[in-house]
Design a protein around this ligand. Structure first.
Ligand SMILES: [Zn+2]
Length: 358
């Protein structure tokens, strides 16, 4: 964000300068978390035996909210924390509305629970047409979110996509009463990611046409890379174990980067500014970027996102990979490095423990 600056969180280890982890490897990632936040993870696990919390993830579209939340769940307590993406929830209603029995159930539920100015039949119609012109009213989003949370049983929740609009900020302040989590703390997690990082992520991402896994030739390659001799290009091959593997492709429109979502990003920024000013709520601040002149003091080398480039070795007939720290300008024009997701999650875990008073 331009007007508020989040502090840089120190994840650099003072103990062993030569210890290194490959943060793209799931086994090493596990060791890394134990090494950097073992005691805090233990405290959270212990807390979650009898208690819950609600975390609101606030960040611009594509700021990595889902990635951080899923990693937190995986690292701390997969069976005690649920991640709820409002966007995914809304999309899941496409299927519900095509099934006459489920559709009837949903309508019955909404007749009981939905109260708001827009007629219910208009809402259902616009959901069926997947119309983006009519914004689903906040009262509806609330009723549906409450329904999902009730289905989960009493668990800690990370909410991604709520509050999404200014009117929803006020709702969120009373949301834990609505879902009967009265005694349990709620914490607003604010994520700051430079616009250029989002732009580059969108522009360089590729997806698998078979399983939709998303990667990036520049920032997050797969293990297998193919070289196309006729136009001298490099291509990622999907390595999702559940997929048969295919050449990954750019999604139409991604070459435009953030241009199509700029209005959305501006709106997200206003929303975050509003929450930032709120009194009486616990806040956690996460930042994805660190000015290059502070990197050595605050992080270990392997915590920084690398940028990959490729060359074709004629002799060995193989693709050669080289990497260097990815440099990008933040919203103030400073040159920054970008953190890999695990150190951001270490900062989240430590700040959560502090916010919960553990
Ligand atoms: Zn695939």
């Amino acid at each position: 964000m331009q007007d508020v600056e989040f502090e840089v969180f120190k994840t650099k280890s003072e103990e062993d300068k030569y210890k290194k982890f490959d943060l793209t490897d799931s086994a090493q990632r596990k060791e890394y978390f134990e090494y950097k936040a073992g005691p805090e993870i233990a405290k959270l696990k212990d807390y979650l035996k009898d208690n819950t919390f609600i975390v609101y993830l606030l960040g611009k579209k594509s700021s990595g909210k889902g990635t951080y939340a899923k990693m937190l769940k995986e690292v701390v307590a997969p069976d005690k924390i649920e991640h709820l993406s409002i966007g995914d929830m809304i999309r899941s209603f496409d299927e519900v509305l095509r099934d006459p029995v489920k559709k009837e159930e949903l309508i019955e539920f909404l007749k009981q629970k939905y109260r708001g100015p827009m007629p219910l039949q208009d809402i259902i119609k616009s959901m069926e047409e997947r119309s983006t012109k009519v914004l689903l009213p906040s009262e509806l989003i609330l009723a549906l979110t409450e329904r999902e949370i009730t289905k989960m049983g009493k668990k800690a929740i990370s909410l991604d996509g709520f509050p999404r609009d200014l009117d929803q900020v006020s709702y969120s302040l009373f949301f834990k009463n609505l879902i009967d989590y009265r005694q349990d703390p709620d914490i607003f997690v604010m994520i700051d990611v430079p616009t250029n990082i989002i732009d580059q992520r969108v522009k360089t991402r590729v997806i698998c046409p078979l399983c939709n896994t998303s990667r990036s030739l520049k920032l997050l390659p797969t293990k297998k890379i193919e070289y196309e001799e006729k136009d001298r290009t490099f291509h990622l091959i999907c390595d999702n174990p559940a997929c048969t593997g295919a050449r990954m492709v750019t999604k139409e429109g991604d070459e435009n980067g953030i241009e199509p979502i700029r209005a959305r990003l501006d709106k997200d920024e206003v929303l975050m500014g509003q929450i930032f000013k709120m009194h009486g709520i616990s806040k956690v601040f996460l930042r994805n970027s660190i000015p290059v002149n502070q990197v050595k003091e605050y992080t270990d080398d392997y915590e920084i996102t690398p940028e990959y480039s490729y060359s074709w070795n004629e002799k060995t007939h193989s693709v050669e990979l080289s990497e260097r720290p990815w440099e990008v300008k933040d919203d103030k024009g400073q040159t920054c490095n970008s953190l890999m997701p695990p150190p951001v999650v270490v900062s989240l875990i430590k700040q959560l423990v502090a916010a919960l008073g553990l």
